[in-house]
Design a protein around this ligand. Structure first.
Ligand code: PGA
Length: 253
């Protein structure tokens, strides 16, 4: 059987109503039935998680969340724990998205979030990426340090569940994605950094996704030339026609 590719849709703070969330997730669930080599994960805003949860769910359709608290419980107004998410059938949780990092998340907080997500039995999707690309190669050192610090303290046996999402910040919400050839090079770099922390075998097995301005037209090349294990999609993930075309492109890539 072909390896399962993963497409994660991060809806961010969209759409604005329950009805729209229900409509969009229904379309995605029905389409997921046709997927042969790909699984789709949708990450709606928290209040809409139940709208995206169905009794009958194809194996290729999963629920994710956009973040989880660094804490396990207690007086933290507005926060949600990974265990709460697990009780809603969430399976994947994004940690360290650049928008959260920009709002103040440190590498240390990201590693705490990852620890809570793992403890709840869920899969952390850890976002990493440089702000700019330097000719001197300084961005590589930045990325290596970010990966090391974000994964600090995670035990090697648990690290096997981690998925890494390489998202160069300059390519998020941009006009164009990174070139597939460069994505390939960077995904190898990310795997190597992971291997340095958790061993060669873990580095060979870890799944690396690419994110940043992915759409139906560039998805297949990013998968084939970029040789990544999947995609983390923002804007296009709440646009059903574009997202379904993107899924089709990945499934046949
Ligand atoms: P984008 O967002 O697809 O809209 O560029 C990607 C992301 O933030 O993960």
């Amino acid at each position: 059987m072909a390896t399962i590719k993963l497409v994660i849709g991060n809806w961010k703070m969209n759409p604005q109503t329950w009805d729209d969330a229900k409509r969009i997730s229904r379309k995605m669930r029905s389409f997921a039935r046709r997927l042969r080599t790909t699984s789709v994960v949708i990450c709606p805003p928290l209040p809409f998680l139940p709208a995206a949860r169905f009794k009958l769910q194809p194996e290729t359709f999963h629920l994710g969340a956009q973040s989880a608290s660094v804490d396990e419980s207690g007086a933290h107004t507005g926060e949600v724990t990974a265990r709460m998410l697990a009780s809603l059938d969430v399976e994947y949780v994004i940690a360290g998205h650049s928008e959260e990092r920009a709002a103040g998340d440190t590498d240390e907080m990201v590693s705490q979030r990852i620890a809570r997500i793992l403890e709840a039995g869920l899969v952390p999707v850890v976002c990493v990426g440089e702000m700019t690309r330097e000719e001197s190669g300084a961005h590589l050192e930045f990325l290596r340090r970010q990966i090391t610090a974000s994964l600090a303290g995670i035990p090697a046996d648990k690290a096997r569940r981690i998925i890494l999402a390489y998202e160069p910040i300059w390519a998020i919400g941009a006009k164009e994605a990174m070139k597939p050839e460069d994505i390939y090079e960077m995904s190898l770099f990310v795997k190597k950094a992971f291997a340095d922390l958790f061993g060669t075998e873990a580095g060979l097995k870890v799944r690396v996704l690419y994110g940043g301005s992915v759409h139906a037209k560039n998805a297949a090349d990013i998968m084939k030339i970029g040789k990544v294990d999947g995609l983390l999609v923002g804007r296009e993930s709440v646009n059903p026609p574009g997202f379904l075309d993107l899924l089709k492109a990945v499934d046949t890539a």
